[in-house]
Design a binder for this molecule. Structure first.
Ligand code: ADP
Ligand code: MG
Length: 289
């Protein structure tokens, strides 16, 4: 599906008109583009090759992202349309998520209702279930990497496979990466030696679930000590009132089963999809994804 083109520079710009910047990440700048032929809008992730060549890690990152995105096809995951490999830059053309980051929507609204949260979680769990079934771990689940497909509504899509790695039988992931606030305890404890698997995504999604409902994170250095790393490794989080008064016990129970320190006991994507709180949506409200 990915058409790789090693053509003279300007090939990308012959096909696409570049508009405003949509976002910046650790490794790339993302811009809005218009296809000159069709007039269709896309996003393009522009990666500076000089940076890539300077830092071999970035290259590995890019290659892993490229190969993973080529294999992945699911409504909850941003699709790669084309990759242009030119003199100075890599251009990765992506489906445009018009609604921007989930993070900004949460901030705008303060927090989501349970119905809204359920819709978001259901889609993300379907996406994770799909990835995990194929042995892919995202490893960087956080609201900045969860995009809204449209200006309105809550259709969500996972972006940024920069950190994703295929979990092979021998090559379990050992690298410490990801954003501390969303990082699973086993990753913090591992310190490069122990192995960890796809449950790290469930933990991160548990943090996202908490933030959706409460409007603030479960772990943070702004709170009372111990430091955030310790809070995470010990599973020290609470459901403070008055916020918790409007949140159902079923929702709290799902948070607890996702934010479970022991990855063995932590719920899987498949099990979470059978959760009664999530199924309350599937069985008969008027919400549409
Ligand atoms: P990085 O690997 O550098 O973090 P991302 O893929 O996460 O790069 O992209 C950085 C930001 O660009 C995202 O947080 C988001 O705001 C924006 N962005 C990325 N992909 C898209 C897309 N397909 N549609 C709209 N905005 C996007
Ligand atoms: Mg990102």
């Amino acid at each position: 599906i990915i058409k790789e083109r090693k053509k003279s520079s300007g090939y990308f710009s012959k096909n696409y008109m570049t508009k405003e910047t949509l976002g910046k990440g650790a490794f790339a700048e993302v811009k809005l583009v218009v296809n000159r032929m069709s007039g269709e809008h896309f996003a393009v992730k522009i990666i500076d090759k000089s940076r890539v060549e300077e830092h071999k890690r970035l290259l590995t990152n890019f290659d892993s992202e490229k190969s993973i995105l080529g294999r992945v096809k699911h409504p909850t995951i941003i699709r790669v349309k084309a990759i242009y490999h030119e003199e100075r830059y890599f251009y990765v053309v992506l489906d445009l998520a018009k609604g921007g980051e989930l993070f900004d929507r949460i901030v705008e609204q303060g927090h989501f209702t349970e119905d809204e949260t359920r819709i978001v979680m259901l889609q993300l769990l379907l996406g994770l279930y799909y990835l995990h079934k194929q042995g892919i771990v995202h490893r960087d689940i956080k609201p900045e990497n969860i995009l809204l497909a449209d200006y309105e509504g809550l259709r969500v899509q996972l972006a940024d496979f920069g950190l994703a790695k295929i979990v092979g039988e021998q090559s379990f992931m050992k690298t410490l990466c990801g954003t501390p606030m969303y990082v699973a305890p086993e990753v913090l404890k591992a310190r490069g030696s122990r192995m960890y698997g796809n449950k790290v995504d469930i933990w991160s999604l548990g943090v996202v679930l908490y933030i959706c409902l409460f409007g603030f994170p479960p772990f943070s250095d702004d709170l009372s000590p111990p430091p955030m790393n310790q809070q995470i490794m010990q599973g020290l989080y609470s459901f403070p009132s008055p916020h918790s008064d409007r949140i159902s016990q079923q929702a709290i129970r799902l948070i607890k089963s996702m934010l479970c320190v022991d990855p063995e006991k932590r719920i899987s994507a498949k099990q979470a999809l059978l959760d009664p709180w999530l199924r309350a949506y599937q069985e008969g409200t008027t919400w549409r994804i």
